[in-house]
Design a protein around this ligand. Structure first.
Ligand SMILES: [Zn+2]
Length: 458
């Protein structure tokens, strides 16, 4: 997945591996499912009005089936008869050995952060989910358990701050509906566990709000994670920690989950794995771009792309693709990063981004009067051609423009990218635009030491 080269750690892109089950003798070999746009296209035939962009396939729960069709991927969430969901949030006892007298924290503030997260889900999903707060754990269907201690570190440098307990068993099958292509299911998730401190001490309430927001996404029925770093349901706590709202893709995906029939059948995981992907094809038609540009006022740029392409916002910019963000033929990604020179950016930040890629060639060029480093690469599998333009903006920032296309078709797609880039306008850095902070590494900051959870790794 070439998106992985630029901002994502490959391990962030979750597949749907089957849940472990007790076996006698040798464990059977089971296939891993990665969401596929062909399955999504088939699903759209039955449900053509889904809001896009979305990461719906990553929300599905997998059920083993003794069938030639293989395992079933099922959408599962609370039913309307279970609303409002009774939620209890405990007042946490804070570990005194972690407390810092110069940075006082109040346990009530963490409770409020959790309540704020509940309110954000209610508001952004237009009332499709509703919560009611209850006074005792016994009255609750869902508990948010705030733990005033340092989070566990299950693997080195990866703190597990939040967890949706028993997510693996949250969706229970009640058998197939004989009259429709759906499974009768019951969804219930009893507890979210949020640790309030990491190795640096107690967390700011804004981060706890983000943590609860993320875990509530699992509690509302999402089995996997979003592959896009701008989403609340992305598995790592990256630079988007200041964002207090769900992304467009988060909202679209959960509205779809709650508007689809309960237990809707997304597709199957064949016992022998997915069918081979069709060979890439050259682009068809002309290289027209949309008249209305995409405007990123915060980062200070605008660009036009073909009208049929979709976009998702990311922490440092935007990602365009000619299909779902998680499975497409070509993509164009722009992001802006604080670094005074290209050399500084490459020295501090490019290492992680280049990991696993094959180098083809590099050149110094001028783009729009700006000093630019052009890099041509290939992904680790040798399937995708990548081109980077690292542009020095002259105001303490660099812009990274990354394009991807199938190997062998890069020349055919290049005019498309060139047409898009001809429309690119970059504005001078203004007061309200990105602050020039310390230069840090976008790859490691995305992977980060802080991990939301590992509750839905399969
Ligand atoms: Zn998660």
């Amino acid at each position: 997945m070439l998106g992985g080269i630029v901002l994502l750690a490959t391990s962030c892109i979750q597949g749907h591996a089957p849940r472990p089950r007790p076996v006698l003798g040798e464990a059977p070999v089971q296939s891993v499912y990665h969401p596929d746009r062909r399955d999504y296209a088939s699903f759209l035939v039955a449900f053509p009005d889904l809001l896009e962009p979305n990461y719906l396939p990553f929300m599905a729960h997998r059920f083993e089936r003794a069938s030639a069709q293989g395992d079933a991927l099922i959408f599962c969430r609370w039913s309307q008869s279970q609303m409002p969901i009774a939620v209890h949030v405990n007042l946490p006892a804070l570990d005194e050995s972690v407390l810092d007298e110069f940075l006082p924290v109040r346990p009530e503030a963490y409770v409020q952060a959790s309540i704020d997260a509940l309110a954000i889900w209610e508001r952004d999903l237009d009332g499709l989910v509703r919560f009611v707060r209850v006074e005792t754990p016994e009255q609750a269907v869902l508990q948010i358990r705030l733990v005033g201690e340092r989070a566990p570190v299950p693997v080195p440098n990866r703190q597990r701050l939040g967890a949706a307990e028993r997510l693996v068993d949250a969706c229970r099958s009640l058998g197939w509906d004989p009259d429709a292509d759906r499974m009768r299911v019951h969804f219930e998730l009893p507890e979210l566990v949020i640790h309030l401190a990491d190795e640096a001490g107690f967390l700011p309430t804004s981060i706890v709000r983000r943590l609860v927001l993320h875990e509530l996404g699992h509690a509302l029925g999402m089995r996997g994670h979003s592959p896009s770093p701008g989403d609340v349901m992305f598995p790592r706590l990256g630079d988007a920690t200041g964002r207090e709202a769900l992304s467009v893709q988060d909202v679209n995906s959960f509205i779809a989950l709650y508007e689809l029939p309960q237990g809707a059948h997304f597709g199957d995981v064949p016992p022998d794995g997915p069918s081979p992907r069709p060979a890439p094809e050259p682009p068809s038609g002309g290289t027209q771009v949309d008249m209305a540009p995409y405007v990123d006022a915060r980062r200070g740029f605008e660009i036009s792309v073909p009208a049929s392409w979709v976009h998702i916002e990311e922490p440092q910019g935007v990602f365009f693709s000619d299909g779902p963000s998680w499975d497409h033929a070509v993509s164009l990604r722009l992001f802006v990063w604080p670094a005074p020179t290209i050399e500084r950016f490459m020295a501090c930040c490019a290492g992680g981004l280049l990991q696993g890629a094959w180098f083809r060639q590099s050149a110094w060029i001028v783009v729009g009067g700006r000093r630019t480093l052009q890099l041509r690469l290939e992904d680790a599998a040798g399937e995708r051609a990548i081109e980077w333009l690292v542009v020095e903006l002259g105001d303490g920032r660099v812009m990274m423009i990354a394009t991807e296309s199938p190997v062998g078709y890069e020349a055919a797609w290049r005019p498309w990218f060139q047409t898009c880039l001809a429309s690119l306008e970059i504005w001078p850095l203004g007061r309200d635009e990105v602050p020039v902070g310390s230069v840090s590494d976008p790859s490691t900051s995305q992977e980060g030491a802080r991990r939301w959870d590992s509750s839905s790794e399969r």
